[in-house]
Design a protein around this ligand. Structure first.
Ligand SMILES: O=P(O)(O)OC[C@H]1O[C@H](OP(=O)(O)OP(=O)(O)O)[C@H](O)[C@@H]1O
Ligand SMILES: NC(=O)CC[C@H](N)C(=O)O
Ligand SMILES: [Mg+2]
Length: 486
């Protein structure tokens, strides 16, 4: 999951894109980039690290134009450290295209071979985003008949992209002279939402972004989510056109967005992330009551930040006091999306501190949103014990993560997943907890999708091992494991 934003405005967009990326920072911390379209020219600035450190005043001044896009990266293919893999990516033909992408393609080997051998295209990195851009460029090129490009040709090109590319992709592109193109994969795995406001000169101003909070904070009304398979084309003077470009679109958004990735104050595909997290807590409480009958619990405690809404509900439903015992250093980023296990492990200790008065002599139920590698939970159980807890019960508001995530979250290898091939009792032992409880898969589905009928199924392969998009089989997973840094 990266964060993406694209804006078509009646005034310069540089500051708006910057502000939007700051709001999307929780989706990626490895690198960031902004590109603008200024008449016939693109301007682009990319840098490693987080938004606040990445852009200088002179960079911002160079980003001229009323149309632009931006990206924060959390690498899922290639390397987090590679500067040349920071997004956006650019190709010179046709017209000049710049693209940002949230997601992960699963047929990269086939695409790489075809782009070299058939389309005669050069690829300069290991990024799957560069592949996506080149497929789009190739399909646009193939459909051009005259000098200019019309919307049908653009939508036909996106249809052919859907046919060639497998995996997940929410993408935004700028096409020089033509405006902004946004599209979402046929399963809508990664989020993308469309917003509109009226500019000073009466022109419609548009934004497409990974999360709705970007729209709200910029004073845009939420028009709707981009449909799975749909493409949206917005001209530089604010005309918007859309078309369904996939043969069999089916909305299957990623469950992990609701559990951990997205900000709680966003609404994705009509489901409020905060409400989903509250409901995950409600259902978790029911399952705790059933499975841990008789186990003594004095206090319920969240692991800040993402677990707070769920933990609050667990406490309320179980009628047990809610306390905060772990305090977070706000200057340390999200540890799960940091590259490399050594950094992640060190950061948990830097990030969280246990206040002993809240633990001494108590039976503590610790609630986290998820346990993936166990990096956080292992350290936390140890911290709770050293702070004097009598017993430590650990609850996860998501089911066990048993399989790699190949659609935009960097969990490439089975071996690193603490729940892979282990029973909950063995995991409890590995974590050092007295009891461990996970939300059930059925409970997760019920909680996230309650009270609405737009989303009827979730992408949940990391909990079930069943992959909906592309041919993800044992051979593919072994290849990902062998080639992707985690
Ligand atoms: O089992 P693990 O591999 O440790 O991963 C899971 C943990 O990582 C995330 O927290 P993170 O610090 O990334 O962000 P947060 O502050 O938003 O909770 C998540 O909320 C869990 O606490
Ligand atoms: N998390 C993402 O969406 C990553 C996008 C792309 N796969 C990359 O690695 O840059
Ligand atoms: Mg956390």
């Amino acid at each position: 999951m990266c964060g993406i934003v694209g804006i078509v405005s009646s005034e310069p967009v540089n500051q708006q894109i910057y502000d939007s990326l700051l709001l999307l920072q929780h989706r990626g911390q490895d690198s960031t980039g902004i590109a603008t379209l200024d008449g016939d020219f693109f301007h682009m600035v990319k840098a490693k690290g987080q938004v606040r450190e990445a852009y200088r005043t002179r960079d911002m001044r160079s980003l001229l134009g009323n149309v632009g896009l931006g990206h924060v990266r959390y690498a899922t293919r290639g390397s987090a450290a590679a500067e040349e893999e920071a997004q956006p990516f650019y190709v010179g033909a046709p017209y000049g295209i710049i693209l940002v992408h949230n997601g992960n393609l699963t047929n990269t080997r086939e695409l790489t071979a075809d782009l070299y051998n058939v389309d005669r295209r050069h690829l300069n990195t290991h990024s799957d985003t560069e592949l996506l851009l080149n497929v789009l460029a190739n399909e646009l090129q193939a459909g051009i008949t005259g000098l200019s490009l019309d919307k049908k040709q653009v939508f036909d090109a996106v249809s052919r992209v859907h046919e060639r590319v497998e995996g997940s992709y929410a993408a935004i592109a700028l096409i020089a002279g033509h405006g902004l193109l946004a599209f979402r994969d046929p399963y809508g795995i990664r989020p993308l939402v469309l917003g509109k406001r009226s500019g000073a000169n009466g022109q419609d101003e548009w934004v497409v972004a990974s999360e709705s909070l970007v729209l709200e904070s910029g004073g845009y009304e939420i028009v709707r989510d981009v449909e799975p398979g749909e493409a949206i084309l917005i001209s530089p003077d604010g005309w918007m056109y859309s078309q369904q470009c996939a043969k069999n679109p089916r909305l299957v958004p990623c469950a992990f967005e609701y559990i951990y990735l997205a900000r709680p104050d966003s609404v994705l595909d009509g489901i409020s992330v905060y409400d989903a997290r509250l409901r995950l807590g409600d259902v978790l409480a029911e399952e705790i009551a059933e499975q841990l009958e008789g186990v003594e619990i004095d206090v319920v405690m969240p692991i800040p930040d993402s677990a707070r809404p769920s933990a609050m509900q667990v406490a309320q439903k179980l009628g047990i006091e809610y306390r905060e015992g772990f305090f977070k250093n706000r200057y340390v980023g999200r540890t799960f999306i940091m590259p490399g296990q050594a950094v992640r492990k060190k950061s948990v200790r830097q990030k969280l501190n246990a206040m002993s008065t809240e633990f001494k002599g108590k039976n503590v139920l610790i609630v986290d949103d998820s346990i993936v590698r166990g990096t956080t939970s292992r350290e936390i159980v140890e911290m709770a014990r050293s702070a004097g807890a009598k017993s430590v019960i650990f609850a996860s508001a998501a089911p066990p993560v048993v399989s790699p995530h190949v659609y935009g979250i960097n969990m490439p290898s089975r071996a690193e997943l603490i729940a892979h091939g282990r029973e909950p009792s063995e995991i409890a032992e590995a974590l050092g907890a007295d009891h461990l409880i996970y939300l059930s898969v059925e409970g997760m589905n019920r909680a996230i999708m309650a009270g609405q009928d737009r989303v009827t199924e979730l992408e949940q392969s990391c909990f079930t091992g069943e992959y909906i998009a592309g041919s993800v089989d044992a051979e593919y997973l072994a290849w990902v494991e062998a080639t992707q840094e985690s």
